[in-house]
Write a protein that binds this ligand. Structure first.
Ligand code: ZN
Length: 288
């Protein structure tokens, strides 16, 4: 594995105003594909916003045409094989044998971080335009509210790689179960209007109105009592977990990693030898 070549030193931009932390994924050249550089920067930015008493609500958005095209499986900045200073108390994935390397890495950067972000004290709002695909869904789904533009599309095509969905298996909690099955079995994205009609998205607006509407929603949340926001977030999180969300996700994470190991055994590559370009081609042929 070669060293990653990063196109930016600032994979996440942070700014604050009027009680709102605006966190912007900043890899527009690659559709805000999530490499570890970005994931760890997001974790640090979310932790900082949660620790700042002036902040009431966190908005997650993406620079450029897309919210996030998913996990980085092909840009020059792909860095899945690089050690970072870990945020959980798990050991380093680098150099671990067999299935351990991928399992340990994804427990830290995918399931672990997504859960930490969902369970933080301050509400989060996702502002979504363009692609919100696979790993992009994970970021939108940890947020309390999702505001989308008309061009937004939500999809999980990882069954092409043999996976039963992405690492954060919230599909059947975010969508009616049969639609969730459709999303994974067909690998076809769901448009913003349909996602809104199914309750997965709170509001759909024109692309040029997305920033203003997200600002309005975030400002409204920021006007509420801070501790009340924290308790509300916990009440909903706990309710979902009592309905089985956390346990279902633990089960699916194990199956996801059985698929990683199966890919390694049968294809010699834990993502079945498919690149970002291959996935784009497969998704184009999906539409044909
Ligand atoms: Zn995985």
């Amino acid at each position: 594995m070669t060293d990653p070549i990063y196109e930016t030193d600032s994979a996440v931009l942070s700014e604050t105003s009027d009680g709102i932390a605006w966190l912007t994924m900043n890899r527009p050249r690659y559709g805000n594909a999530q490499n570890s550089q970005m994931t760890y920067a997001l974790d640090a930015a979310i932790a900082k916003a949660n620790a700042d008493p002036a902040i009431k609500v966190i908005v997650l958005r993406g620079a450029g045409k897309h919210f996030s095209a998913g996990h980085d499986i092909g840009s020059p900045g792909r860095d899945a094989h690089v050690s970072f200073e870990r945020k959980s108390n798990w050991h380093d994935h680098v150099g671990q044998p067999g299935a351990e390397m991928q399992y340990v890495r994804e427990m830290e950067v995918y399931l672990g971080m997504c859960r930490r972000w969902r369970e933080g004290p301050k509400p989060m709002v996702a502002m979504v335009q363009g692609a919100c695909i696979a790993g992009g869904l994970m970021l939108a789904w940890v947020c309390d509210l999702i505001i989308a533009s008309e061009d937004a599309r939500f999809g999980d095509p990882v069954l092409h790689m043999g996976f039963p969905g992405v690492e954060y298996f919230a599909h059947a909690f975010e969508l009616p179960p049969r639609v969730a099955r459709e999303m994974v079995l067909l690998g076809e994205p769901i448009g913003a209007e349909r996602a809104h009609s199914l309750g997965m998205v709170n509001k759909v607006v024109a692309r040029d109105a997305l920033q203003a509407e997200t600002t309005r929603v975030a400002a409204r949340i920021a006007s509420m009592p801070g501790f009340g926001l924290t308790l509300t977030r916990q009440a909903f999180n706990n309710t979902e977990d009592l309905q089985g969300k956390r346990a279902a996700m633990d089960m699916a994470f194990g199956l996801h990693h059985l698929a990683h190991a199966h890919n390694s055994l049968t294809k010699g590559d834990n993502i079945a030898g498919l690149s970002g370009r291959d996935m784009a081609r497969l998704n184009r042929s999906d539409k044909a």
